[in-house]
Design a protein around this ligand. Structure first.
Ligand code: FAD
Length: 669
């Protein structure tokens, strides 16, 4: 019988980034008692790192901007694989979400006439990114945090307790979504759509103490998966936890092959390789050159974008001052195009000394303007690489940045497919960005769908008020045993600790070091399922992942549960391995190149794939077998035809353009 602490809430939000906080605010405002739980300190989520801005068609800088233009740009960026209803809602609601932030105290940069300023970004037809220098994410989180504190003060006045209706559990990790009416074996609650959500199982990172938050509605807002790759702009939190939690609870993941490699990460020195160089550098006039000094992007404009981009440097340069009569420079193509172009230049031997290309802003703007508009970039290069970007070019190259694939959700309600009571928003949710996300569209996505997830989770919780789901002791004990597994392999945890948590389980063989396993995983994903993919390499990756899965069952740690980073990593490995298998399987299946997924052996976009979604689910009934034999893999992949795009939305595009994207039968219809 478990002795794990339990608390009752209406809605539990897993993740305190932009999506999680916006969901929590909405749920609380709709009357739901809401708990937020996050791995890092409150206010330190990955969203803080966002630099360039929030995309919203407010038309402050160019009056021609509308939600329809934003929708079109988003669909083009995603190569028409976007869940179109999400792209529609996103484009329509983003301006309201930005204005709302302002009413909550966000201080955006202003235009000369006092409106919220908006800047250019790749793939956006008009200047559209509301920003705060290059520290927009920090202001977004600060504002949402402030709003939460304001709500807590309101609750204090009403109840005498700041945390009576909205509480943040910081530095805690959720390891399982719990469901009503399910048995579990070997620490693995069965997958599948059965059973409704009943809460989460979590541990405090500092003390290792286990606890359960019971709730009829859970919103997953855990962000991305970048830490499965060696070179990444992502922070330590991005271990794909939410993706894995959803899979294990029985919700499928959508189109996991689409991983965005941002074209401009730092390449030197090695200790900072992968750290992001914001797209605002190009949005504000920065140009890319190869070792011959050539602005090479003019050689890489794909046919589908030819009419929209400048043909000469002169035209591209004129566009910054006169965008209505000139076309934008190709440095502002969507990220997938620019990343592939940089990769090709380096491969052709025209790279910079440290294996990137040159990004130059020093010859394009006065030094004081660079320091004012790009303060973080200025300091980042000065402090980390001893490069003064006001006087010399930066060296940059692609870095794993964002995952477009994610939990399959209903567009309107953010409900995860197949698991009543489960919702997902932000980077962890799939569909919105299709095969490639435009810069700035994530922060707006977090706000639009964070709000929707909070709203519908609160409604679901209210509807369950008279029939709340139960949390079974058996599931809690199984989750505790699973979490203690690494101590059995390492032999460090005391028997008393294990007994207190319901008993641990060991596996045969010598213990494996979780850090070594993580390094091998990152190298495998980087080298074999990275920016350019080939069939044989992905097959090799799947074999290596199977080997790592086997070894990860013996990932052992020593010491105690009190802040033990090795133990945390050993638990995160389960998630990274599951998610990496999804990425590799889906990438092998999709025999075309589209957006963030580039196949050297299938180099073109194939219209026949336009309306095909790939869904990854936990293999059933084979998961018990997979437990016994990790080489079998745990993921089952299926194809599904996408819902036809609504005719009034299609009518926003020229017919000639649709011909380039839509599958034959869609055009016929
Ligand atoms: P996050 O902000 O990452 O929050 C995830 C939360 O989940 C965290 O609180 C974490 O602790 C918690 N969590 C994770 N796992 C668990 C678990 N198991 N248990 C409990 N809690 C958990 N996008 C833009 O639109 N514009 C930009 O200018 C921009 N710039 C960027 C710059 C950089 C350097 C990077 C890396 C990304 C940038 N992006 C930008 C992308 C954008 O920042 C992210 O996609 C977005 O912030 C994700 O927000 P989120 O709320 O989904 O997740």
């Amino acid at each position: 019988m478990s002795v794990v602490d339990r608390q009752e809430w209406d809605v539990v939000v897993v993740g305190a980034g932009g999506a999680g906080l916006r969901a929590a605010i909405e749920a609380r405002e709709r009357g739901a008692r809401t708990a937020v739980i996050c791995k890092s300190l409150f206010g330190k989520a990955h969203t803080v790192m966002a630099e360039g801005g929030i995309a919203a068609a407010m038309a402050n800088v160019n009056e021609h901007d509308t939600w329809q233009v934003h929708f079109r740009d988003t669909m083009r960026g995603g190569k028409f694989l976007n869940q179109w209803r999400m792209a529609e809602l996103h484009a329509q609601e983003a301006p309201d979400r930005v204005w709302e932030l302002e009413t909550w105290g966000a201080l955006f940069d202003r235009t000369k006439d006092g409106k919220i300023s908006q800047r250019n970004f790749g793939g956006h037809e008009y200047p559209r990114l509301a920003h705060v220098g290059d520290r927009t994410g920090l202001e977004l989180i600060r504002t949402l945090q402030q709003k939460i504190v304001a709500l807590q003060q309101e609750d204090y006045r009403a109840t005498g307790d700041y945390e009576s209706r909205l509480k943040v559990f910081q530095e805690c990790t959720v390891t399982r979504i719990l469901k009503d009416g399910e048995r579990s074996e070997m620490g693995v609650p069965p997958a599948g759509g059965r059973g409704r959500v009943s809460g989460v199982f979590a541990y405090e990172r500092e003390t290792g103490r286990f606890f359960v938050l019971k709730a009829p509605a859970v919103v997953i807002a855990t962000g991305g998966i970048g830490k499965s790759f060696k070179v990444t702009s992502n922070s330590w939190e991005y271990t794909g936890d939410g993706h894995a939690l959803a899979l294990l609870a029985g919700a499928p993941l959508l189109n996991m092959e689409f991983v965005q490699f941002h074209p401009t990460g730092m390449v030197w020195p090695p200790s900072v390789k992968g750290i992001l160089v914001t797209e605002s550098v190009r949005g504000d006039g920065g140009v890319l050159r190869n070792s011959d000094g050539k602005r090479f992007m003019f050689d890489y404009i794909p046919d589908v974008f030819k009419e929209k981009y400048a043909e000469s440097e002169e035209e591209g340069d004129r566009w910054y001052d006169d965008p209505d009569r000139n076309r934008r420079p190709p440095e502002l193509l969507p990220r997938d195009e620019v990343a592939r172009a940089i990769n090709a230049e380096v491969k052709a031997g025209r790279g910079s000394p440290h294996g990137g290309v040159f990004l130059d802003v020093s010859t394009r703007m006065p030094a004081e303007v660079i320091r004012r508009r790009l303060p973080s970039m200025y300091h980042q290069f000065k402090e980390l690489a001893d490069v003064d970007i006001t006087a010399e070019p930066m060296e940059v190259g692609p870095t794993c940045h964002y995952v477009m694939g994610g939990i399959a959700v209903d567009s309107d309600t953010a409900a995860a497919r197949g698991v009543p009571g489960l919702y997902a928003a932000g980077e962890v949710a799939g569909g919105m960005h299709g095969s490639n996300r435009l810069g700035g569209n994530s922060l707006s996505d977090l706000l639009v769908f964070g709000r929707r997830a909070g709203l519908h989770a609160a409604e679901h919780a209210a509807a369950s008020a008279d029939d709340r789901p139960r949390v079974s002791d058996e599931q809690v004990d199984a989750a505790a045993a699973e979490a203690l597994g690494p101590f059995s392999a390492g032999g460090g945890e005391t028997a008393g600790d294990r007994e207190a948590a319901g008993g641990g389980q060991g596996v045969g063989g010598p213990p494996e070091n979780p850090y070594t396993l993580h390094q091998e995983l990152q190298q495998t994903m980087n080298d074999l399922v990275g920016i350019i993919r080939r069939e044989q390499e992905m097959e090799q990756a799947l074999k290596k992942l199977a080997e790592l899965r086997g070894r990860a069952r013996r990932a052992g740690v020593e010491g105690h549960r009190q802040f033990n980073p090795g133990w945390h990593l050993a638990l995160d490995l389960r998630n990274m391995l599951l998610v990496s298998e999804c990425v590799a399987r889906a990438a092998l299946e999709r025999t075309e190149s589209r957006g963030g997924h580039t196949r050297e052996d299938h180099p073109t976009m194939d219209r026949a794939w336009r309306n095909v979604n790939l869904l990854c689910a936990l293999a059933r009934p084979a998961d018990e077998l997979a437990e016994a034999d990790p080489a079998r893999g745990r993921i089952a992949l299926t194809r599904e035809t996408t819902e036809p795009i609504r005719p009034d939305l299609l009518a926003l595009f020229e017919k000639e353009e649709l011909v380039k994207y839509l599958a034959e039968e869609e055009l016929y219809e």
